[in-house]
Design a protein around this ligand. Structure first.
Ligand code: FES
Length: 104
């Protein structure tokens, strides 16, 4: 069963920033681009690399893996180039009463 999990105050998350968020065994990447919040799994689907140490691309809403440079769309989780072929899991987000929540 999914539930909304409180992550952080929206005022602490600046546009263009990446935030690590761990919940139970899940490692999640929270990003904010142009006032939209995204939440995806944080570990690359190709091999073990933490995407929060990669590169956020605000122009096309993607994050680039630091290890082999696959780029993932933050909205869909889909890889946009090889070597990654599997999408990242994505999570719903909402802002309520000044706090960011994600649906896990
Ligand atoms: S570990 Fe991310 S592209 Fe290889």
């Amino acid at each position: 069963m999914s539930s909304w999990i409180k992550v952080c105050e929206i005022k602490t998350l600046n546009s263009g920033e990446m935030l690590d968020f761990d919940h139970n065994d899940k490692k999640i990447l929270i990003t904010k681009i142009k006032n939209k919040i995204y939440a995806t799994d944080r570990i690359c689907t190709h091999a073990y690399a933490d995407l929060s140490t990669g590169f956020l691309n605000e122009d096309d809403n993607s994050v680039t893996c630091p290890l082999h440079m696959s780029r993932f769309n933050l909205e869909s989780g889909a890889p946009e180039n090889l070597p990654a072929e599997e999408p990242l899991k994505t999570y719903g987000t909402e802002v309520k009463d000044g706090w960011v929540y994600i649906l896990i």
